[in-house]
Design a binder for this molecule. Sequence first.
Ligand code: FAD
Length: 395
Amino acid sequence: DPRIVIVGGGLAAVRTAQSVRDLGHRGEVRILSAETEPPYDRPPLSKEYLLDALPDDAIRLLGPSDYRALGIELELGRPVIALDTVAHTVAVAGGPVVPYDRLVIATGAQARPLDAVTGRTAAFALRTAADARRLAAVLRDGRRIAVIGGGFIGLEVAATARARGCAVTVIEAQPAPLLGAVGPLVADWLQARHRAHGVEFRCGVTVAAAGAAPDGGERLRLSDGSVLDADAVVVGVGVVRDVGWLAEAGLEVADGLVCDLAGRTDAPDVFGAGDVVCHRTEHGLVPVGHWTAAGNSARRAAHTLLGLPAPNLLDDGFFWSDQLGLRLQFAGRADAGSEFVVVAGDMAADSFVGHFLAEGRVSGVFAVNNPRQFLRSRKELRAAQESTTVREVLR
Ligand code: FAD
């Protein structure tokens, strides 16, 4: 059986390892992770883990005995720095090269840095469990928290910080948070919900610079000339895919590692899984970026590397978000110009399901606190997708 080496230490790495075992692979499986703590789930980092400081065991993807039982060698603190596709080896910082027969690249992404606040002592990113622990320590009653970026993670952090008694301001470059992702109607509804919970918004502005505030903390200078003082600044402006270490490897790299839908790169025996991947599709490059898609891409890569046909998993752009006690669920896409039509429940009652309709066709589904109807609508969406494009991976 081929020796399988997986580079990365998140969901995609673990799901790939589990899947090859599920598929009956008996040879070596090694995970080389840059992190020093065992793989954990990231969604709780902006939610329960940040709110309640859950025990670390609660976010682990597998327990220590699971790795042993599955025969997965988990090697922590092993950042891979280079790949030689001809010699079939990867180089690990400070260690000997590691040979592979099949290699899976699952290095995920990092929080995108924001130049204006880089290096400021009270600036926080949120990608790792260590980031979450550092941030949780400052989310105390009465603290002033500025969240830069009104995306899903920024809004989850804003809601969590309010729940911990902080005074929260979200700074968003667009006229409303999440406008591109969910369209104006839903974006306005969500912003109103946050306002009702005491979150303040500064929309249509960016952060131009940061310096020390007179009474401690940071003073942010905004693009409209105003200033905002905060005890802590959380940056949630998207991610950068971790492909820097592949610079010399000769693989096609765009906004991420370019793979086909089955997980193949353009080098033999090298595969990609999870957030690091950009899928090459007939509609152009489509990045992976959510939990379900990351797990699905790992399962497909596991099949492919073992020479099995990749399963046609449902990749419909599904993701969820929990904020303000609301469960948001989304699938498909909210195309610019599409109309949002509520098909069940009531937006004013914070429980509803709506369809994004473009040219009479459902392109996306958004639900709040209504998982049953969401499932039904998601099936409808799938039917609409299958009638047009089969095996399309949505953005
Ligand atoms: P990652 O989780 O980024 O893991 C990559 C791993 O590879 C890391 O451990 C990293 O240290 C390691 N690594 C990187 N470079 C190297 C190297 N050179 N050598 C060795 N190891 C390396 N999605 C949803 O659908 N719903 C949500 O509610 C949701 N909430 C989220 C909240 C937060 C705070 C975050 C950060 C993400 C959230 N996501 C959510 C997204 C979801 O967590 C990701 O899609 C998922 O983590 C992707 O897994 P991955 O394994 O591909 O990448």
